[in-house]
Each structure stands twice: as C-alpha cells, then as structure tokens.
Design a protein around this ligand. Structure first.
Ligand code: FPP
Length: 236
C-alpha cells in the first residue's frame, strides 16, 4: 500500500448486513453482528495507515423505522462494541466522536458513547466518527439555526457567515471534508450522509456486502482514490 496521497477523511456507508444475513439464512441481527467484525478490521487498519479521520454511518434518523427487534439488536451491539473496544481504541490513540443527535438515543447508549468521547478527547491519532441518530439535512438545519440564533443575539454579523463558519457548526467541526466515500453492497446513494462534507468527495461503490468487505477491498478503494484526478472544478 502506497502511503502517499492517502485520503485524509474516509467515510463509509456500511450497507448490506440485512442481505448478508438473508443469504446465510440468519436473523438480521446476526448480519449486523458480522458487520461489527468488518468494522473492527477497517478501524484498526485506518489507524495503522495513519488516516486522519474515518466516519462510519452506524444508525440514521430513518433507521428508527425498522422493526423494534432490529433497532434493539443494533442498540445492544452498540453497547457491546463500546464496552469491548474502548480500551484498545484508547490505547491506539483513537479519538471517538459521535455525529448525530445523542439526546435521541436510549440512556445506556447515550452514556456509553458520551463516556467514550470524553475518555478519548485528548487522543491525537485516528479521529473515529460514528454517526448515530444522524441525518445530513438535520445536521445542516441545526447549523443554520445555531448561526441564526447567534445573529439574533447580536453575536454574529450575517455577512460574516462563510463556509468555514458554517463548517464549524457541524458535528464534524474542526475535521477535514470527506475525500473518499465508500458505500458497500452496490447501492449508489448518499442517503444523507455528510451532505455538506462530501461536496468534493470521490465515491467508490464496491458490490460486496459489508460483512464480506475485506482489507484487500479497502486497499483497492484507497488505491483507486490515489489514481483519481481531483480538480475541485478547476483545470490542470
Ligand atoms: C446497513 O445494512 C447497516 C446498518 C443500518 C447498520 C450498520 C451498523 C453496524 C455495522 C453495526 C453497529 C455499529 C457499531 C458502531 C457497533 P442494512 O441492514 O441496511 O443491509 P440491507 O440493505 O442488506 O438490508
């Protein structure tokens, strides 16, 4: 793996857990469980490669519409994940950030993720962003409301609102824009993930279902990115 020109910010939509479970005649929860195994490997590798930020779409604001059994399986996995991984992540100098509205999470999950954020706050390695109860439009509206309030209170000149000021109101404040977005399972949609931050992102849509996504395929996506010609609307 050529370590030059790696993306600074990789975002992943981990799609296909349900289809994987179906293919293996297993309950959906087992698909998500298998998805956590993939996620573990990808996080470790991103940290080892020196990637600056990795963002994972774990639970959208729309995912509450799934069956209560599936929602509670995902919430249980989340708790288990933080309990079992936090020591290793902290040792690896990973900083955890939650993207999304934590207040809408059940209390045990809210406490676990907040503790993980606080415990790893001063870490300087991989920034690991986990999107939970996240929606891209919701994130943008929240930023707009926050700026509007500051303006109403007289603390902000509306003419001073530029891209940097807006970015600072997003969950990803202080982090770079997304360079590479990967969505597994062959679906080619953004589903509201990091709408603002993906303005100039490169996209990769491997057909592999998330639980089958290997480090080899991750490397392939990174190499493909390294070969892309990014012009940001300019000309070479
Ligand atoms: C999409 O697959 C995946 C999700 C909605 C959840 C992703 C969550 C995890 C991998 C595990 C939980 C996360 C953490 C951080 C512990 P799908 O169910 O929509 O797949 P389908 O389209 O094949 O049905």
């Amino acid at each position: 793996m050529n370590l030059e020109k790696l993306p600074r910010h990789v975002a992943i939509i981990m799609d296909g857990n349900g289809r994987w479970a179906q293919q293996h005649s297993l309950q959906i929860a087992r698909g998500h469980q298998a998805g956590v195994e993939s996620l573990r490997d990808i996080i470790r590798e991103s940290s080892d490669l020196g990637i600056h930020t990795l963002s994972l779409y774990a639970f959208s604001t729309e995912n509450w519409r799934r069956s209560p059994a599936e929602v509670s399986a995902l919430m249980a996995l989340l708790l288990r994940y933080f309990a079992s991984e936090i020591d290793e992540l902290d040792e690896k100098n990973v900083r955890i950030r939650i993207l999304g509205d934590k207040s809408g999470l059940p209390e045990p999950q809210r406490i676990a993720v907040t503790n993980a954020e606080e415990r790893t706050r001063d870490n300087t390695g991989l920034n690991l962003c986990i999107a939970l109860n996240y929606g891209g439009r919701q994130e943008i509206l929240r930023a707009a409301k926050s700026l509007a309030k500051k303006a109403r209170e007289g603390n902000l000149d509306p003419d001073a609102i530029d891209e940097a000021a807006f970015s600072d109101e997003l969950y990803t404040a202080g982090l770079p824009d997304v360079d590479l977005l990967i969505r597994t399972s062959g679906e080619q949609r953004l589903s509201g993930f990091l709408l603002w931050q993906c303005a100039y992102a490169e996209f990769e849509f491997p057909s592999t279902l998330w639980p089958d996504f290997t480090l080899k395929e991750y490397h392939q996506a990174l190499e493909e990115f390294q070969g892309r010609d990014r012009r940001y609307g300019g000309r070479k």
